[in-house]
Design a protein around this ligand. Structure first.
Ligand SMILES: Nc1nc2c(c(=O)[nH]1)N[C@H]1C(S)=C(S)[C@@H](COP(=O)(O)O)O[C@H]1N2
Ligand SMILES: [Mo]
Length: 255
């Protein structure tokens, strides 16, 4: 290993980096040597040659993504709840107040599909409604400090991806929304049995404030990874980021 950054205590730097990791990553890191050398090796970020603290934090965050993706168990189901546990009214959240929620015309709406798929035909709401649907009662956890149990129904995203001939070995599924929100999922999560193209809430059409006409429900991830009013889906190997991900939230954000 090369010489440390002048004036920076290597052990302290490694300790700070460990503190910035989520618990699961930190455990794996400290189970190894937990040293600066290990950090450089793990992140692929050469902190020795004048990397800024920001570069290091970015590298730690991407390392967190890789460790979380590696630890993700595609067969482990998110907990499901009873009808009596459903929160009514369900909380609203977006990067704007409720009155600014998009007013989407369900007849004119189309889902555009692109990237590494063989069938790029557009989807109307009626066509999506023709797919086999499932219902889940699961918990939504927002990073802002609230959680609520809701009931959502729709086709499995994995069924849809198979139907459009998606390259299931690709890394990411990118999602874009009517309100210019966006997010992206790792393929393993996109294929998880509970990841849903939600068309209904509480046995009725998905209401305007909760993502009409279609949201992606991902009960294995934080709330911001559940995009509402989705109108574009693409499959890619190029990291797509997302609205909050580009503003510093950890990309994987698994529960
Ligand atoms: N299109 C869109 N989707 C979005 C958001 C948004 O601002 N726009 N906010 C996210 C966040 S941070 C949360 S917590 C949930 C809130 O969903 P809800 O209004 O159904 O509770 O939507 C997520 N999906
Ligand atoms: Mo959120």
């Amino acid at each position: 290993m090369k010489r440390p950054i002048p004036g920076v205590d290597a052990a302290l730097l490694a300790k700070d980096a460990a503190a910035a990791m989520p618990l699961s990553t930190r455990r794996a890191f400290l189970r190894g040597s937990g040293s600066l050398g290990a950090l450089v090796m793990l992140t692929g970020c050469n902190v020795v040659d004048g990397a800024s603290a920001e570069d290091l934090l970015r590298a730690v965050s991407r390392l967190n993504d890789r460790v979380q993706a590696w630890m993700f168990d595609p067969d482990r189901l998110a907990r499901t709840y009873r009808e009596a546990d459903i929160n009514r009214p369900f909380p609203f959240n977006a990067f704007y107040p409720p009155e600014d929620a998009p007013l989407v015309d369900g007849d004119a709406w189309r889902l555009y599909v692109g990237g590494l798929v063989t069938d790029t035909s557009q989807w109307t709401l009626a066509r999506l409604q023709g797919l086999a649907m499932e219902t889940q009662i699961t918990q939504h956890i927002c990073i802002e400090g609230w959680s609520a149990v809701g009931k959502w129904s729709g086709p499995r995203l994995s069924d849809f991806l198979q139907r459009i001939g998606a390259d299931l070995t690709a890394k990411y599924v990118g999602l874009r929304c009517e309100d210019r929100y966006s997010t992206s999922l790792d393929m393993a999560t996109a294929l998880h049995p509970q990841t849903q193209m939600t068309l209904m809430m509480n046995d009725g059409p998905l209401p305007r404030f909760y993502g009409f006409p279609m949201k992606i429900r991902v009960p294995t991830k934080l709330g911001f990874k559940n995009p509402k009013h989705v109108n574009e889906l693409f499959v890619t190997n190029d990291y797509p980021g997302g609205f909050w991900e580009d503003r510093g939230y950890n990309w994987f954000s698994g529960l």
